[in-house]
Ligand binder design. Sequence first.
Ligand code: PEP
Length: 240
Amino acid sequence: MLIAGNWKMYKWPSETAAFCGGLWERLAGTSGVDVVICPPYTSLAEAVRPFDRTDVAVYAQNVHWAEEGAFTGEISTRMLLDLGVDGSLVGHSERRQHFGESDETVARRTVAALEAGLRVIACVGESEEEREAGQTELVLRVQVETLADAVGAHEHLAVAYEPVWAIGTGKTATPEQAQEAHAFIRSLLDVPLLYGGSVKPENADELLAQPDVDGALVGGASLDVESFAAICEAAARIRS
Ligand code: PEP
């Protein structure tokens, strides 16, 4: 089980060290779950330091495909590796919606990150309109096959299924909807599959108990030590 916390554009560096200390203390004794946090770039160094000798991994929220170059505002794999960062999210729906990320650029970022030795959680998911139009599988097929063609079932790749209508909205996919989408994605690309979209301590057990759900990508509820730790504990209970 893998539980990843996406902090989005929250928590500045001075808040990060306190959060990491609190999380580490709170999770002492919890086993059977891989924990990842994804702070904003400016807080990565603060997160890497306290977790250096622990099992909590630190990922960025995005990464560019070039090692360096004239790409203002971007961050490269080498920059992340030099900081001691373990991996990166790629293709989060907020990047796709607001910053023009496409399946092709998601694949380029994923290939470069994996080749550089970073781990990757690549995000896919349909919008509300697409689900209502009966296009969920079509959308997922295009997104996942682009990744599968680019990298295949790489051992450092995980995919997060995040229905866009469930992200930050409080609307969660039912465990059945999550299972159905995950089984479909697994038929295209057999890597660990995380569910994301309003995961909270109250719904984590049911979602994580689905056979094709291997973990969760948690946004809002990962900003609080107590609720994030409770989700990690739910994952540990299910696989113990
Ligand atoms: C996310 O940011 O990936 C996410 C799933 O957010 P939330 O848990 O807040 O819906």
